[in-house]
Design a protein around this ligand. Structure first.
Ligand SMILES: Nc1ncnc2c1ncn2[C@@H]1O[C@H](COP(=O)(O)OP(=O)(O)O)[C@@H](O)[C@H]1O
Ligand SMILES: [Mg+2]
Length: 299
């Protein structure tokens, strides 16, 4: 695997790859790589001739009161994990490289960036969309890969790519989970032992919603109420939001009778904010029309 810290040499390298007629898959991350990232890299490696992974903790997507300073960073471990997962190139730019003096352009998907996560983190998606636009222009991949855990991010990037005629396919990869169902995340490292146990409540809440909808409950309010009740039964948990949404528009739905909906959660366990989501549909309706052929349950 080759490592790059600067845009110029990475571009030169990728120009050569493209000239050979090879396809390029791209997996952007914030580093502190775990098995979720590994899943994205492996999927990209299966689809594409060459895989580029980036690890960059993007200051523009953190608000002043958030965890930018203490976000976990371990570029040596990350290079080993990326290489073992099959990445061919690893891009780890500095902030001077990404946002040199005089930088001022912002890219925004304002409506879809204002709901759910955006309602709680108003500048977050502007930061994400701007950095992803830069990375897409740098790497110019055939395919770019995102995890289901950050579903809203995927939808927003799909918009970006469509709106700005970017020639990359946006691919959704199922969430990789711990054995108790907790979605893998770099931020799980913040959890104490007791909080780590309590964090399993998110997945249990998603499974409750799954079961209710499969059993014929069609009222989104009813599902939401029971999910909120279950999460609230965990003393270390406090809810940021529980939402049942249309997976394409991200708008809240009221009836679950006629198709696939997404249950999206943001929950604080102690001081750590965790998100997760799950497609739900009445028995007999496959979720496969909605970007994924299946979603991964805890093993
Ligand atoms: N458990 C997971 N399963 C699948 N993909 C994941 C998982 N966790 C993160 N990802 C994906 O990895 C990419 C980089 O996310 P990043 O912010 O670095 O990780 P995290 O959200 O775990 O801190 C995103 O596309 C994200 O959706
Ligand atoms: Mg993240």
């Amino acid at each position: 695997m080759r490592t790059f810290q600067q845009v110029g040499p990475l571009r030169t390298y990728l120009r050569g790859i493209r000239a050979e007629g090879k396809t390029i898959g791209f997996v952007p991350t914030m580093g502190a790589l775990h098995d979720g990232h590994k899943g994205l890299i492996q999927r990209a490696k299966g689809d594409c001739d060459l895989v580029v992974t980036s690890a960059y903790v993007n200051p523009a997507q953190f608000a002043a009161n958030e965890d930018f300073d203490r976000y976990p960073r371990d570029m040596n471990a990350d290079q080993a994990i990326a290489s073992n997962a099959g990445a061919d190139a690893f891009f780890m730019p500095s902030t001077d490289e990404m946002y040199p003096a005089g930088f001022q352009t912002v890219v925004d998907v304002p409506d879809m960036g204002a709901v759910l996560e955006g309602a709680h983190r108003p500048t977050h998606f502007r930061g994400v969309v701007t950095v992803v636009t830069k990375l897409l222009n740098i790497v110019q991949p055939d395919r770019i890969y995102f995890g289901q855990k950050d579903y809203q991010q995927l939808i927003i990037i799909e918009h970006l790519v469509r709106d700005l005629n970017i020639q990359s396919a946006v691919i959704l990869v199922p969430t990789v989970r711990e054995s108790d169902g907790l979605a893998m995340s770099s931020r799980n490292a913040y959890l104490s032992e007791q909080e780590r146990e309590a964090a399993a409540i998110l997945y249990r809440a998603l499974m409750l919603a799954d079961e209710m909808v499969k059993n014929g409950v069609t009222s989104a309010d009813e599902v939401k109420r029971d999910v909120e009740r279950l999460i609230s039964s965990e003393p270390l948990a406090s809810i940021d939001y529980v939402a049942l949404i249309n997976p394409d528009t991200l708008q809240e739905v009221h009836s679950l009778a006629d198709g696939v909906a997404l249950v999206a959660l943001a929950v604080r366990i102690g001081k750590t904010r965790l998100i997760d989501n799950w497609f739900v549909a009445p028995a007999g309706i496959p979720i496969s029309k909605n970007r994924l052929s299946s979603q991964s349950r805890a093993k």
